[in-house]
Design a protein around this ligand. Sequence first.
Ligand SMILES: [Zn+2]
Length: 162
Amino acid sequence: MTTVARYWRETPRRYNLGGCRCPTCRTVFFPPRSVCPACVTHRRSFGKMEPFQLSGDGEVFSYSIVHDAAEGFEMQVPYVLALVKTPEGPTLTGQVVDVAPDQIRIGLRVHATFRKLREEGRAGVIHYGYKFAPVSEPLAGTGTAESASPAQAPGERGRVRA
Ligand SMILES: [Zn+2]
């Protein structure tokens, strides 16, 4: 476990949601683990966990509005902290940005975005390096500025604005 924690801290993989997957039961974990706790024979998974890239897609599963920020985050309150269920399986915890606290709702589609954090090294979810932003769902029949670009692949329309 210590090895995994160090690996987690020292690698930039944390910035692109690199998790891992159990080769036996296919369960995906994020952050990555060295063994699969879901398998009865979990010891057999030791050293065999496969790297797995999360897409960054997700849906707000639960959330809370934080009014009392940790030291160093005072400028951001109130902010939204959410549990985000990913289609790959893992539930991620992170701040949801670009959404007013009164607009957050269960089921909101979000996508992970990587932004420079105000402070590094502080314990807690925020130092993971990712946050979530709402996915702008295209409205039928309306031409938005974002959907007008012909160079944009269809699969990218849910991307996060810079
Ligand atoms: Zn497993």
